[in-house]
Design a protein around this ligand. Structure first.
Ligand code: TXA
Ligand code: MG
Length: 342
Protein backbone atom coordinates (compact mmCIF):
# COMPACT_ATOMS: atom_id res chain seq x y z
CA UNK A 1 0.00 0.00 0.00
CA UNK A 2 1.41 3.34 -1.09
CA UNK A 3 0.93 6.17 1.40
CA UNK A 4 1.70 9.85 0.96
CA UNK A 5 -0.02 13.16 1.51
CA UNK A 6 -2.31 13.93 -1.41
CA UNK A 7 -3.20 17.56 -2.14
CA UNK A 8 -6.47 18.37 -3.89
CA UNK A 9 -6.19 21.81 -5.47
CA UNK A 10 -8.43 23.95 -7.63
CA UNK A 11 -6.80 24.23 -11.06
CA UNK A 12 -5.29 27.71 -11.47
CA UNK A 13 -2.01 29.21 -12.58
CA UNK A 14 -0.17 28.32 -9.37
CA UNK A 15 -1.43 24.73 -9.09
CA UNK A 16 -0.80 24.08 -12.80
CA UNK A 17 2.80 25.30 -12.32
CA UNK A 18 3.14 23.00 -9.29
CA UNK A 19 1.81 20.06 -11.33
CA UNK A 20 4.25 20.80 -14.17
CA UNK A 21 7.17 20.92 -11.74
CA UNK A 22 6.20 17.60 -10.13
CA UNK A 23 5.92 16.01 -13.60
CA UNK A 24 9.35 17.28 -14.61
CA UNK A 25 10.74 15.76 -11.39
CA UNK A 26 9.40 12.31 -12.33
CA UNK A 27 6.24 12.45 -10.19
CA UNK A 28 2.65 11.58 -11.14
CA UNK A 29 -0.31 14.01 -10.96
CA UNK A 30 -4.07 13.59 -11.52
CA UNK A 31 -5.50 16.03 -14.07
CA UNK A 32 -8.91 16.71 -15.63
CA UNK A 33 -9.56 16.09 -19.33
CA UNK A 34 -12.78 16.54 -21.32
CA UNK A 35 -13.44 12.77 -21.17
CA UNK A 36 -12.47 11.59 -17.67
CA UNK A 37 -9.72 12.44 -15.15
CA UNK A 38 -6.31 10.93 -15.84
CA UNK A 39 -3.11 10.16 -13.88
CA UNK A 40 -0.25 11.75 -15.79
CA UNK A 41 3.51 11.14 -15.99
CA UNK A 42 6.18 12.06 -18.53
CA UNK A 43 5.91 9.65 -21.47
CA UNK A 44 9.72 9.78 -21.75
CA UNK A 45 10.35 8.70 -18.14
CA UNK A 46 9.92 4.94 -17.60
CA UNK A 47 10.38 5.16 -13.83
CA UNK A 48 7.64 7.81 -13.56
CA UNK A 49 5.30 5.76 -15.75
CA UNK A 50 5.85 2.75 -13.45
CA UNK A 51 4.44 4.84 -10.58
CA UNK A 52 1.15 5.15 -12.50
CA UNK A 53 0.82 1.37 -12.76
CA UNK A 54 1.56 1.03 -9.03
CA UNK A 55 -0.92 3.76 -7.99
CA UNK A 56 -3.74 2.22 -10.06
CA UNK A 57 -2.93 -1.44 -9.46
CA UNK A 58 -2.93 -1.71 -13.25
CA UNK A 59 -1.73 -4.86 -15.07
CA UNK A 60 1.69 -4.19 -16.68
CA UNK A 61 0.59 -5.42 -20.10
CA UNK A 62 -2.04 -2.69 -20.55
CA UNK A 63 -0.48 0.25 -22.49
CA UNK A 64 -1.19 3.95 -21.84
CA UNK A 65 -2.39 6.88 -23.96
CA UNK A 66 0.06 9.77 -24.49
CA UNK A 67 -1.40 13.30 -24.37
CA UNK A 68 0.06 16.13 -26.46
CA UNK A 69 -0.90 19.78 -27.00
CA UNK A 70 0.56 20.40 -30.48
CA UNK A 71 1.44 18.33 -33.54
CA UNK A 72 5.15 19.05 -33.08
CA UNK A 73 5.13 16.82 -29.97
CA UNK A 74 4.62 13.79 -32.23
CA UNK A 75 8.34 13.96 -33.09
CA UNK A 76 10.11 11.04 -31.44
CA UNK A 77 6.81 9.83 -30.01
CA UNK A 78 5.59 8.13 -33.18
CA UNK A 79 7.66 6.47 -35.93
CA UNK A 80 5.52 7.97 -38.70
CA UNK A 81 2.15 9.69 -39.04
CA UNK A 82 0.05 7.66 -41.49
CA UNK A 83 -2.10 9.62 -43.97
CA UNK A 84 -5.32 8.52 -42.26
CA UNK A 85 -3.99 9.72 -38.89
CA UNK A 86 -3.40 13.16 -40.38
CA UNK A 87 -6.99 13.30 -41.62
CA UNK A 88 -8.41 12.19 -38.27
CA UNK A 89 -6.20 14.59 -36.29
CA UNK A 90 -7.20 17.48 -38.51
CA UNK A 91 -10.90 16.71 -38.08
CA UNK A 92 -11.07 15.76 -34.39
CA UNK A 93 -8.05 17.17 -32.48
CA UNK A 94 -8.05 18.69 -30.00
CA UNK A 95 -10.76 16.35 -28.73
CA UNK A 96 -11.76 12.91 -27.39
CA UNK A 97 -10.07 10.75 -30.05
CA UNK A 98 -7.02 8.52 -29.50
CA UNK A 99 -5.07 7.40 -32.57
CA UNK A 100 -2.73 4.40 -32.47
CA UNK A 101 0.35 4.79 -34.65
CA UNK A 102 3.75 3.11 -35.10
CA UNK A 103 5.87 3.84 -32.05
CA UNK A 104 8.78 6.32 -31.99
CA UNK A 105 12.18 5.89 -30.30
CA UNK A 106 11.79 8.37 -27.43
CA UNK A 107 8.68 6.96 -25.79
CA UNK A 108 9.33 4.86 -22.66
CA UNK A 109 8.84 1.07 -23.04
CA UNK A 110 6.46 1.06 -20.06
CA UNK A 111 4.00 3.28 -21.98
CA UNK A 112 3.62 0.81 -24.86
CA UNK A 113 3.70 -2.34 -22.73
CA UNK A 114 5.81 -4.21 -25.25
CA UNK A 115 3.80 -3.26 -28.36
CA UNK A 116 5.40 -1.63 -31.44
CA UNK A 117 2.64 1.00 -31.47
CA UNK A 118 1.76 4.01 -29.30
CA UNK A 119 -1.63 5.58 -28.55
CA UNK A 120 -1.77 9.39 -28.81
CA UNK A 121 -4.43 12.01 -28.22
CA UNK A 122 -4.58 15.81 -28.09
CA UNK A 123 -7.11 16.73 -25.38
CA UNK A 124 -9.24 19.87 -25.60
CA UNK A 125 -9.60 20.49 -21.85
CA UNK A 126 -7.89 23.79 -20.97
CA UNK A 127 -6.34 22.44 -17.74
CA UNK A 128 -4.92 19.33 -19.44
CA UNK A 129 -3.49 21.55 -22.16
CA UNK A 130 -2.05 24.02 -19.66
CA UNK A 131 -0.27 21.23 -17.75
CA UNK A 132 1.21 19.76 -20.95
CA UNK A 133 2.33 23.22 -22.09
CA UNK A 134 3.82 24.20 -18.71
CA UNK A 135 5.74 20.93 -18.35
CA UNK A 136 6.75 20.83 -22.02
CA UNK A 137 6.24 17.05 -21.86
CA UNK A 138 3.99 14.59 -23.65
CA UNK A 139 2.03 12.99 -20.79
CA UNK A 140 1.15 9.31 -20.54
CA UNK A 141 -2.18 9.16 -18.71
CA UNK A 142 -4.68 6.39 -18.07
CA UNK A 143 -8.00 7.08 -16.36
CA UNK A 144 -7.55 8.09 -12.69
CA UNK A 145 -9.47 5.19 -11.11
CA UNK A 146 -8.22 2.12 -9.30
CA UNK A 147 -8.00 -0.64 -11.88
CA UNK A 148 -11.48 -2.20 -12.19
CA UNK A 149 -13.62 0.68 -10.92
CA UNK A 150 -15.45 3.24 -13.10
CA UNK A 151 -13.39 6.07 -14.64
CA UNK A 152 -13.69 9.24 -12.51
CA UNK A 153 -15.63 12.16 -13.98
CA UNK A 154 -14.98 14.59 -11.12
CA UNK A 155 -12.12 15.33 -8.70
CA UNK A 156 -13.98 13.88 -5.68
CA UNK A 157 -14.09 10.44 -7.33
CA UNK A 158 -10.36 10.67 -8.05
CA UNK A 159 -9.82 11.49 -4.39
CA UNK A 160 -11.92 8.48 -3.28
CA UNK A 161 -9.72 6.11 -5.32
CA UNK A 162 -6.31 7.80 -5.19
CA UNK A 163 -5.94 9.56 -1.82
CA UNK A 164 -2.54 8.52 -0.41
CA UNK A 165 -1.31 7.20 -3.76
CA UNK A 166 -0.11 10.38 -5.51
CA UNK A 167 1.00 13.88 -4.45
CA UNK A 168 -1.48 16.13 -6.30
CA UNK A 169 -4.96 16.14 -7.83
CA UNK A 170 -5.97 19.17 -9.92
CA UNK A 171 -9.70 19.92 -9.70
CA UNK A 172 -11.06 21.19 -13.03
CA UNK A 173 -14.75 20.48 -12.37
CA UNK A 174 -16.99 17.87 -14.01
CA UNK A 175 -15.85 16.20 -17.23
CA UNK A 176 -18.07 17.14 -20.15
CA UNK A 177 -17.90 13.94 -22.20
CA UNK A 178 -17.99 11.47 -19.29
CA UNK A 179 -16.67 8.33 -21.05
CA UNK A 180 -13.09 7.67 -22.18
CA UNK A 181 -11.88 8.71 -25.63
CA UNK A 182 -12.60 6.81 -28.81
CA UNK A 183 -9.59 4.60 -29.68
CA UNK A 184 -8.82 3.83 -33.34
CA UNK A 185 -5.75 2.15 -34.79
CA UNK A 186 -4.35 3.19 -38.16
CA UNK A 187 -1.17 1.15 -37.71
CA UNK A 188 -2.47 -1.76 -39.83
CA UNK A 189 -3.99 -2.23 -43.31
CA UNK A 190 -7.43 -0.94 -42.41
CA UNK A 191 -8.61 1.43 -39.68
CA UNK A 192 -10.04 -0.51 -36.69
CA UNK A 193 -12.17 0.98 -33.92
CA UNK A 194 -10.86 -0.51 -30.66
CA UNK A 195 -12.92 1.47 -28.15
CA UNK A 196 -16.07 3.48 -28.99
CA UNK A 197 -16.42 7.00 -27.56
CA UNK A 198 -17.83 10.45 -28.20
CA UNK A 199 -16.25 10.62 -31.67
CA UNK A 200 -18.29 8.02 -33.53
CA UNK A 201 -17.45 5.34 -36.10
CA UNK A 202 -19.86 7.07 -38.50
CA UNK A 203 -18.04 10.44 -38.12
CA UNK A 204 -14.63 8.87 -38.75
CA UNK A 205 -15.86 6.94 -41.80
CA UNK A 206 -17.05 10.24 -43.24
CA UNK A 207 -13.62 11.84 -42.75
CA UNK A 208 -11.64 8.81 -43.97
CA UNK A 209 -13.95 8.04 -46.89
CA UNK A 210 -13.77 4.32 -46.10
CA UNK A 211 -15.28 1.83 -43.66
CA UNK A 212 -13.91 1.57 -40.12
CA UNK A 213 -13.88 -2.01 -38.82
CA UNK A 214 -15.48 -2.59 -35.43
CA UNK A 215 -13.18 -4.66 -33.20
CA UNK A 216 -14.88 -7.86 -32.06
CA UNK A 217 -14.04 -7.07 -28.43
CA UNK A 218 -16.41 -4.06 -28.34
CA UNK A 219 -19.69 -5.95 -28.09
CA UNK A 220 -18.63 -9.48 -27.20
CA UNK A 221 -16.67 -11.15 -24.45
CA UNK A 222 -13.33 -12.49 -25.66
CA UNK A 223 -13.29 -16.24 -26.03
CA UNK A 224 -10.78 -18.43 -24.23
CA UNK A 225 -7.35 -17.96 -25.85
CA UNK A 226 -8.41 -14.96 -27.98
CA UNK A 227 -6.21 -11.85 -27.70
CA UNK A 228 -7.54 -8.31 -27.75
CA UNK A 229 -6.11 -5.75 -30.18
CA UNK A 230 -6.52 -3.29 -27.34
CA UNK A 231 -5.31 -5.00 -24.18
CA UNK A 232 -7.65 -2.91 -22.00
CA UNK A 233 -10.68 -4.58 -23.54
CA UNK A 234 -9.94 -7.94 -21.97
CA UNK A 235 -10.29 -6.83 -18.38
CA UNK A 236 -13.54 -6.67 -16.47
CA UNK A 237 -14.01 -2.95 -16.18
CA UNK A 238 -16.28 -0.30 -14.81
CA UNK A 239 -17.73 -2.79 -12.36
CA UNK A 240 -20.02 -1.46 -9.64
CA UNK A 241 -20.50 -3.61 -6.53
CA UNK A 242 -24.03 -4.58 -7.54
CA UNK A 243 -24.84 -7.34 -10.00
CA UNK A 244 -25.98 -5.49 -13.13
CA UNK A 245 -28.21 -7.03 -15.83
CA UNK A 246 -29.10 -5.22 -19.07
CA UNK A 247 -32.74 -5.84 -19.95
CA UNK A 248 -33.55 -5.22 -23.64
CA UNK A 249 -37.15 -4.42 -24.54
CA UNK A 250 -39.78 -1.70 -24.26
CA UNK A 251 -40.46 0.12 -21.00
CA UNK A 252 -43.62 -1.85 -20.11
CA UNK A 253 -41.92 -5.21 -20.59
CA UNK A 254 -38.90 -3.96 -18.62
CA UNK A 255 -41.12 -2.87 -15.72
CA UNK A 256 -42.90 -6.23 -15.66
CA UNK A 257 -39.58 -8.10 -15.70
CA UNK A 258 -38.29 -6.08 -12.73
CA UNK A 259 -41.56 -6.39 -10.79
CA UNK A 260 -41.33 -10.18 -10.97
CA UNK A 261 -37.74 -10.28 -9.65
CA UNK A 262 -37.26 -7.32 -7.32
CA UNK A 263 -35.89 -7.59 -3.78
CA UNK A 264 -35.47 -4.77 -1.23
CA UNK A 265 -31.96 -4.04 -2.65
CA UNK A 266 -32.97 -3.92 -6.32
CA UNK A 267 -32.51 -0.69 -8.30
CA UNK A 268 -33.22 0.28 -11.89
CA UNK A 269 -30.77 2.19 -14.06
CA UNK A 270 -33.16 3.93 -16.44
CA UNK A 271 -33.56 6.82 -18.87
CA UNK A 272 -34.63 10.30 -17.78
CA UNK A 273 -38.31 10.50 -16.87
CA UNK A 274 -38.86 6.74 -16.46
CA UNK A 275 -38.42 6.50 -12.66
CA UNK A 276 -42.11 7.19 -12.01
CA UNK A 277 -43.36 4.05 -13.73
CA UNK A 278 -40.76 1.61 -12.38
CA UNK A 279 -41.35 -0.51 -9.25
CA UNK A 280 -37.96 0.05 -7.50
CA UNK A 281 -35.73 3.00 -6.57
CA UNK A 282 -34.07 4.29 -9.75
CA UNK A 283 -30.98 6.11 -10.96
CA UNK A 284 -31.51 7.89 -14.29
CA UNK A 285 -28.71 8.17 -16.85
CA UNK A 286 -29.90 10.59 -19.50
CA UNK A 287 -32.55 10.82 -22.21
CA UNK A 288 -33.25 7.67 -24.25
CA UNK A 289 -32.49 9.46 -27.53
CA UNK A 290 -29.33 11.26 -26.35
CA UNK A 291 -26.13 9.23 -26.45
CA UNK A 292 -24.17 12.31 -25.37
CA UNK A 293 -26.31 12.74 -22.25
CA UNK A 294 -26.02 9.03 -21.40
CA UNK A 295 -22.24 9.17 -21.81
CA UNK A 296 -22.06 12.20 -19.54
CA UNK A 297 -24.11 10.49 -16.80
CA UNK A 298 -23.19 6.78 -16.95
CA UNK A 299 -20.15 6.52 -14.66
CA UNK A 300 -21.65 8.88 -12.08
CA UNK A 301 -24.82 6.78 -12.15
CA UNK A 302 -22.82 3.58 -11.55
CA UNK A 303 -21.08 5.16 -8.55
CA UNK A 304 -24.44 6.44 -7.21
CA UNK A 305 -25.86 2.91 -7.33
CA UNK A 306 -22.97 1.77 -5.12
CA UNK A 307 -23.41 4.71 -2.75
CA UNK A 308 -27.12 3.94 -2.37
CA UNK A 309 -26.42 0.29 -1.55
CA UNK A 310 -27.81 -1.39 -4.66
CA UNK A 311 -27.16 -5.16 -4.71
CA UNK A 312 -29.07 -5.98 -7.90
CA UNK A 313 -29.48 -3.56 -10.81
CA UNK A 314 -31.63 -3.88 -13.92
CA UNK A 315 -30.51 -1.49 -16.65
CA UNK A 316 -32.41 -0.10 -19.63
CA UNK A 317 -30.50 -0.85 -22.82
CA UNK A 318 -28.92 1.98 -24.87
CA UNK A 319 -28.74 1.92 -28.68
CA UNK A 320 -25.71 0.32 -30.38
CA UNK A 321 -24.86 3.17 -32.77
CA UNK A 322 -23.55 6.76 -32.55
CA UNK A 323 -22.37 7.88 -29.10
CA UNK A 324 -24.69 5.31 -27.50
CA UNK A 325 -22.37 2.56 -28.79
CA UNK A 326 -19.79 3.86 -26.29
CA UNK A 327 -22.39 3.76 -23.52
CA UNK A 328 -23.52 0.25 -24.47
CA UNK A 329 -19.89 -0.93 -24.56
CA UNK A 330 -19.20 0.35 -20.99
CA UNK A 331 -22.52 -0.88 -19.61
CA UNK A 332 -21.94 -4.36 -21.08
CA UNK A 333 -18.72 -4.57 -19.09
CA UNK A 334 -20.37 -3.24 -15.92
CA UNK A 335 -22.92 -6.03 -16.44
CA UNK A 336 -20.21 -8.63 -17.11
CA UNK A 337 -22.09 -9.25 -20.42
CA UNK A 338 -25.36 -10.27 -18.73
CA UNK A 339 -28.08 -9.25 -21.21
CA UNK A 340 -31.66 -10.55 -21.33
CA UNK A 341 -34.34 -9.80 -23.92
CA UNK A 342 -37.95 -9.35 -22.88
O1 TXA B 1 -10.24 9.52 -22.46
C1 TXA B 1 -9.23 8.85 -22.27
O2 TXA B 1 -8.71 8.18 -23.16
C2 TXA B 1 -8.65 8.83 -20.85
C3 TXA B 1 -8.16 10.25 -20.55
C4 TXA B 1 -7.38 10.31 -19.27
O3 TXA B 1 -7.43 10.73 -21.64
N1 TXA B 1 -7.62 7.85 -20.74
C5 TXA B 1 -7.91 6.51 -20.75
O4 TXA B 1 -6.80 5.70 -20.61
O5 TXA B 1 -9.03 6.06 -20.85
P1 TXA B 1 -6.90 4.16 -20.23
O6 TXA B 1 -5.52 3.75 -19.95
O7 TXA B 1 -7.88 3.97 -19.16
O8 TXA B 1 -7.34 3.45 -21.56
C6 TXA B 1 -6.43 3.30 -22.63
C7 TXA B 1 -6.92 2.27 -23.59
C8 TXA B 1 -6.76 0.88 -23.02
O9 TXA B 1 -7.89 0.08 -23.40
C9 TXA B 1 -5.48 0.38 -23.70
O10 TXA B 1 -5.42 -1.01 -23.80
C10 TXA B 1 -5.58 1.06 -25.05
O11 TXA B 1 -6.15 2.33 -24.77
N2 TXA B 1 -4.25 1.25 -25.67
C11 TXA B 1 -3.26 2.09 -25.29
N3 TXA B 1 -2.18 1.96 -26.09
C12 TXA B 1 -2.50 1.04 -27.01
C13 TXA B 1 -1.81 0.47 -28.12
N4 TXA B 1 -0.57 0.82 -28.44
N5 TXA B 1 -2.47 -0.48 -28.86
C14 TXA B 1 -3.73 -0.84 -28.55
N6 TXA B 1 -4.44 -0.33 -27.51
C15 TXA B 1 -3.83 0.59 -26.75
MG1 MG C 1 -9.16 3.14 -17.77
Amino acid sequence: MISMETLLEQANEASVAKAAQLLRQGEIVAIPTETVYGIAASAFDGAAVKKIFAAKGRPQDNPLIVHIDRMKMLEGLVGQVPESAKKLAEAFWPGPLTIIMPRGEKVADEVCAGLDTVAVRMPSHPVARAVIAASGLPLAAPSANLSGSPSPTCARYVWNDMNGRLPLILDGGDCQVGVESTVITVAGEEPVLLRPGFITKEQMEQVLGRPVVLSGAILAKLKEGETARSPGMKYKHYAPKAEVTIVKGDLAAFAAYVEARKTPDTFCLCFTGESGVLPTPCVEYGARESGAEQAHCLFTALRQLDEQGAKQVFARCPADSGVSLAVYNRLLRAAAFRVVEV
